[in-house]
Write a protein that binds this ligand. Structure first.
Ligand code: GLN
Length: 487
């Protein structure tokens, strides 16, 4: 394996800018690595070798500059890339090549990054393991018989397999952080509205948040800084400057957390984290205390209702958002033989095009929104969402950030949770409250349990994304990064 694939994004950007290495060499090294390992990992749904090499040539000719000039990036397949297949890992979008780029993709290009391809995920970002991808699961580089998390398992696995130094994910209920945790990589969910949703295939519009994935905190911060910021094409985008997350990560890396108050959520304590996960979390918390942080117990009494509220709100929004996949406008069309009605063709297309989990969510959401049940389910869930937001606001009057394990368990073996949807939903027990509130949160590797990575979650107030990077970088300085076994 070329040593170029082992380097951080910051190192690569520095070497390319100093002309110690060309952007083409860096892109080729990563494409070679993908050729060597992706048959086993299956992080990518599409590799755009030609596009990557052309973008790298433009950097080498000096036509493109920017803070990440020449640095490769992998993009989750739920994000529209002009002319490059975008399927959201669904059969219903097979072969669709968007006629436009997502804002995030435009910003990646403006920053000089080189897109290697599109990464695997659970269909329409619904899931926690990538087992719901219509194109086959991704395998965790730590143990190829285990899940890489989801929905953005492809992006996280690409990092852990050294196929890309940076990746883009989307987080609706944990899909950046949970894959980060179980692959030993860093995943950050920015403040909702801090990164543009324009060109992101919508799952649950009031929750969906694109964000950065990387192998270390500073790289994640750098990627965050280039994709974030106001976008007039997204009506929920926040028209405010993005906090300086890169400076915060560098400050944190100095290893001083004097005066920083970490809130330990009382209600999370009894939530059945695996013993090894709980132990790694506790040890990391002690490491942060040695750096000067203070731990304060806080109460967030409504967090226990977050999971049920999420599984009403997210399916409700998805049932509406996925109505557009009707066999007329995009991708797949089934049964259009000239004799069938429009309704029949739509129904056959949706039956063939959507997988079982997506169908389950659409049915659940349609039911929750139906007249007669709306107030009992959707309306109640929205009230719970408000109470969870108030829990966060009250907690942040006492502490700077909240901390928890990212997931209750380490990467599980394939097939062990697909038979019971609730078992799969539990993977996001600790990540979902943040999505309902809208704040930022990051997962940083904090050790191993039974030889598998454990993630440490840091949750911050809305628009205080810099705080989680500071604490995350401090944690990384204390516990180090994780290196997966060689593939
Ligand atoms: N696992 C959660 C779900 O299935 C979260 C997914 C996400 O964040 N996109 O809905």
């Amino acid at each position: 394996m070329s040593e170029l694939t082992r380097m951080s994004a910051v190192e690569l950007a520095g070497k390319i800018a100093a002309k110690e290495v060309s952007a083409v060499e860096v892109a080729q090294a990563h494409l070679d690595r993908i050729s060597a390992v992706d048959e086993r990992v299956h992080a990518f749904l599409y590799v755009d070798a030609e596009g990557a090499l052309n973008a790298a040539k433009r950097v080498d000719r000096g036509e493109v500059t920017g803070p990440l000039a020449g640095v490769p990036v992998a993009v989750k397949d739920v994000i529209a890339t002009k002319g490059v297949p975008t399927t959201a890992a669904s059969k219903i979008l097979e072969g669709w090549r968007p006629p436009y780029n997502a804002t995030i993709v435009e910003r990646l290009q403006a920053a000089g990054t080189v897109m290697l391809g599109k990464t695997n995920m659970d269909e329409f970002a619904m899931g926690s393991s990538t087992e719901y991808s219509a194109y086959g699961a991704t395998n965790n580089p730590w143990d190829l018989g285990r899940i890489p998390g989801g929905s953005g398992g492809g992006s996280a696995a690409a990092l852990a397999a050294y196929e890309a130094p940076l990746a883009i994910g989307t987080d609706t209920g944990g899909s950046i952080r949970q894959p980060g945790a179980v692959t030993g990589t860093v995943g950050a969910k920015p403040t909702y509205g801090g990164t543009s949703r324009y060109g992101l295939i919508a799952f649950s519009s009031s929750l969906d948040t694109p964000g950065p994935c990387a192998r270390n905190v500073e790289d994640a911060a750098l990627l965050h800084s280039v994709i974030a910021g106001h976008d007039v094409r997204d009506s929920t985008s926040i028209p405010q400057p993005v906090p300086d997350v890169v400076a915060a990560a560098r400050l944190g890396a100095s290893g001083d957390l004097t005066g920083v108050k970490l809130g330990l959520v009382k209600e999370f304590a009894g939530d059945g984290s695996e013993p090894g996960v709980a132990a790694a979390f506790r040890e990391s918390l002690e490491a942060l205390v040695k750096l000067g942080a203070e731990v304060v117990e806080v109460s967030c009494p409504h967090f226990e209702y977050a999971l049920p509220a999420y599984y009403l709100i997210a399916p409700s929004e998805c049932s509406s958002n996925l109505a557009r996949f009707d066999g007329v406008r995009y991708g797949l069309r089934v049964g259009d033989d000239g004799n069938r009605s429009l309704e029949e063709v739509m129904s056959m297309t949706r039956d063939a095009g959507f997988g079982p989990e997506v169908k389950r969510r659409i049915i659940l959401g349609t039911y929750a929104l139906s007249s007669g049940y709306y107030d009992a389910y959707y309306g109640q869930a929205q009230k719970v969402r408000t109470l969870i937001t108030r829990d966060f606001q009250k907690a942040f009057e006492q502490v700077d950030v909240l901390v928890s394990p990212t997931t209750p368990f380490v990467a599980f073996p394939f097939g062990s949770r697909t038979s019971d949807p609730y078992q799969m939903y539990l993977a996001d027990l600790f990540t979902i409250p943040t999505n309902l509130y809208g704040g930022p949160a990051i997962s940083v590797p904090c050790g191993l349990s039974e030889g598998l990575p454990v993630g440490f979650q840091i949750m911050a107030p809305t628009m205080a994304d810099d705080r989680m990077y500071r604490v995350g970088a401090a944690l990384e300085s204390a516990v180090g990064t994780l290196t997966p076994p060689a593939l």
